[in-house]
Write a protein that binds this ligand. Structure first.
Ligand SMILES: *Cc1c(COP(=O)(O)O)cnc(C)c1O
Length: 480
C-alpha cells in the first residue's frame, strides 16, 4: 500500500468507523457464535501471495463482526464501561503513525514530556495532593500504565523492594529470601482479583480482609489482621484500598485505612480503576479524601474518561521508590541527558521496555471536551444509573443490593439465587441487552452498568421494560 492508496483507504476506514458507531445499536450486542467459530472461516495459513484490501474488508463484516461483542452499543450494560471517543481514536491514529517507542526521554522527548504534563493536568483535575505531581521538580509524578492490574503489580514490587531494603538495613546480613517469605500484602475481600494475582506474581503472602456491611474495608478488620500477622513473626508491607469495587462499586474507607498504613510504615496503593474518573466532579471528590496517605494511586481513564484503551494513570509520591526498584542501565539504553535530574526515563517506572505515545489520546480528549465536558459526561452516566435504580425500586418484585454511588446498579429479583441465575440466562440469551452478574456474600446479583458513550434515558427505560418482561415470564413459568 502506497501513500495515495493509504489516503483513499484511510478515508474509507474513517467512514466505516463512523458508520459502525452510528448504527451500532442495530447490531446484536452479544454475538451468537460458539467457541471455535472462526477457524473454519479463514485459511489455515497466511496467504502466500497478497490478498486485496476489498477482500479483507469483506471478511471484516463476514467473519469478524459476527463474533464481536459490541461494547460501545447503548444496549451494553456489562462489566464496567470501556472508553471510546472520536478524538481519542484520531489521536491513536497519529500515535500509530509516529510509532515511536518512548522508553527513555531521548527515545522520543515529546512522548515522555507530554505524558508527564498530561498526568499533571489529570492530577489537578482530580485535585490530587501536590506531592503526586511532577511539576516544579516535585518528588512525585505520574505515568501511563497499560492496565490497573499492571499498576498494582508495579506498586507491589516497588513496595516489596522498599520493605526489603529497610529490613536489611535494620538487620544487616539478612538474606533476601528470608525477607520475602515474611512479607504480607492486604486488600479487602471485595478487591479486584488482580490484587491477589500481583501478590502471587510478587511471591508474597496475601490476606483478604473481610469487608463490612457496605462492602468496605474498615480500620478494625485491617488492624486485627496486621496484629495477628505481626504476632506470628510476619512482616506486613503493602495494602491496597479500592475506591469503586468491581462487584458493587463500594468504597474502602481510606480516611481510616490511610493513617494505619502511615503509622505502620505500609505502602498504601489505591485502586480506583473505574471510579477515579468521577473524582473530576467536585460533588464526588470527597470519595477520594484520604488519598494524601497513599504512596501510589491509580485509575483508568480508559474506563470512564473517554480515552480509548489502553490508558491507566498511575501516580506515586516518590518517583525514587519506582526507579529504586526497577532501574537497570545497559549501555545501549543510556543517553547523555539522563543524569540531569530533569529527565524522566519511563522505562524505570514500568514492567515492559517499549511504550506507545499514549498521552496523545489524553491531550486530544482533554482539549476537545474540556473539563466541563468531561464532568458533564460523568454526570450523565450517574443520572442514568439513578434512573435505573428508581425503576428497580418501583417494582416490588425486585431489590437493589448495594448503594448506588456512581454508574453501577446491583439488583436482583427477591427470591433464590437459582431464580436470578435463570433471569440472567434469559436476558443474555435474548441478546437484546448484555449484563454480567456478581456475587455479594452468598447472593447472586445482576449488575447494570451504564457503559456506552451514546446511551440515553430511552435505552435505560427500554432495557428495564425488557428485564421486567423476562422476569414476569420467568415467575409465571415458576408458578405453572
Ligand atoms: C476494572 C478493574 C480493574 C482491572 O483493570 P485493568 O485495567 O483491566 O487491569 C482493577 N480494579 C478494579 C477496581 C477494576 O474495576
Amino acid at each position: 500500500m502506497n501513500a495515495s492508496e493509504f489516503r483513499r483507504r484511510g478515508k474509507e476506514m474513517v467512514d466505516y468507523i463512523a458508520n459502525y458507531i452510528e448504527s451500532i445499536e442495530g447490531r446484536q450486542v452479544y454475538p451468537s457464535v460458539e467457541p471455535g467459530y472462526l477457524r473454519p472461516l479463514i485459511p489455515s495459513c497466511a496467504p502466500q501471495e497478497p490478498d486485496t484490501y476489498e477482500d479483507i474488508m469483506d471478511d471484516v463484516e463476514k467473519i469478524i463482526m459476527p463474533g464481536v461483542t459490541h461494547w460501545h452499543s447503548p444496549r451494553f450494560f456489562a462489566y464496567f464501561p470501556t472508553a471510546s471517543s472520536y478524538p481519542a481514536m484520531l489521536a491513536d491514529m497519529l500515535c500509530g503513525a509516529i510509532g515511536c517507542i518512548g522508553f527513555s526521554w531521548a527515545a522520543s522527548p515529546a512522548c515522555t514530556e507530554l505524558e508527564t504534563v498530561m498526568l499533571d493536568w489529570l492530577g489537578k483535575m482530580l485535585r490530587l495532593p501536590p506531592a503526586f505531581l511532577a511539576e516544579e521538580a516535585g518528588a512525585g509524578g505520574g505515568v501511563i500504565q497499560g492496565s490497573a492490574s499492571e499498576a498494582t503489580l508495579v506498586a507491589l514490587l516497588a513496595a516489596r523492594s522498599r520493605a526489603t531494603r529497610q529490613l536489611q538495613a535494620a538487620q544487616p546480613g539478612l538474606p533476601e529470601a528470608a525477607v520475602l517469605e515474611k512479607l504480607v500484602a492486604y486488600a479487602s475481600d471485595q478487591a479486584h482479583c488482580s490484587v491477589e494475582r500481583a501478590a502471587l506474581i510478587g511471591g508474597v503472602k496475601f490476606r483478604a480482609i473481610p469487608s463490612d456491611g457496605k462492602f468496605a474495608m474498615r480500620a478494625s478488620a485491617l488492624t486485627g489482621a496486621l496484629e495477628r500477622d505481626r504476632a506470628a513473626g510476619l512482616v506486613p508491607f503493602f495494602v491496597v484500598a479500592t475506591l469503586g469495587t468491581t462487584s458493587c462499586c463500594s468504597f474502602d474507607s481510606i480516611s481510616e485505612v490511610g493513617p494505619i498504613c502511615d503509622r505502620e510504615n505500609l505502602w498504601l496503593h489505591i485502586d480506583a480503576a473505574y471510579a477515579g474518573s468521577a473524582f473530576i466532579c467536585p460533588e464526588f471528590r470527597h470519595l477520594l479524601d484520604g488519598v494524601e496517605f497513599a504512596d501510589s494511586f491509580n485509575f483508568n481513564p480508559h474506563k470512564w474518561l473517554l480515552v480509548n484503551f489502553d490508558c491507566s494513570a498511575m501516580w506515586v509520591k516518590r518517583r525514587a521508590d519506582l526507579t529504586g526498584a526497577f532501574k537497570l542501565d545497559p549501555v545501549y539504553l543510556q543517553h547523555s541527558h539522563q543524569d540531569s535530574g530533569l529527565i524522566t526515563d519511563y522505562r524505570h517506572w514500568q514492567l515492559p521496555l517499549g511504550r506507545r505515545f499514549r498521552s496523545l489520546k489524553m491531550w486530544f480528549v482533554f482539549r476537545m471536551y474540556g473539563v466541563t465536558g468531561l464532568q458533564a459526561y460523568i454526570r450523565k452516566h450517574v443520572r442514568l444509573a439513578q434512573e435505573f435504580q428508581s425503576l428497580v425500586n418501583q417494582d416490588p418484585r425486585f431489590e437493589v443490593c448495594a448503594e448506588v454511588t456512581l454508574g453501577l446498579v446491583c439488583f436482583r429479583l427477591k427470591g433464590s439465587n437459582t431464580l436470578n441465575e435463570h433471569l440472567l440466562d434469559r436476558i443474555n440469551s435474548a441478546r437484546e441487552i448484555h449484563l454480567v452478574p456478581c456475587r455479594l456474600r452468598d447472593k447472586f446479583v445482576l449488575r447494570f452498568a451504564i457503559c456506552s458513550r451514546t446511551v440515553e434515558s430511552a435505552h435505560v427505560q427500554r432495557a428495564w421494560e425488557h428485564i421486567q418482561g423476562l422476569a414476569a415470564a420467568l415467575l409465571e413459568a415458576g408458578q405453572a
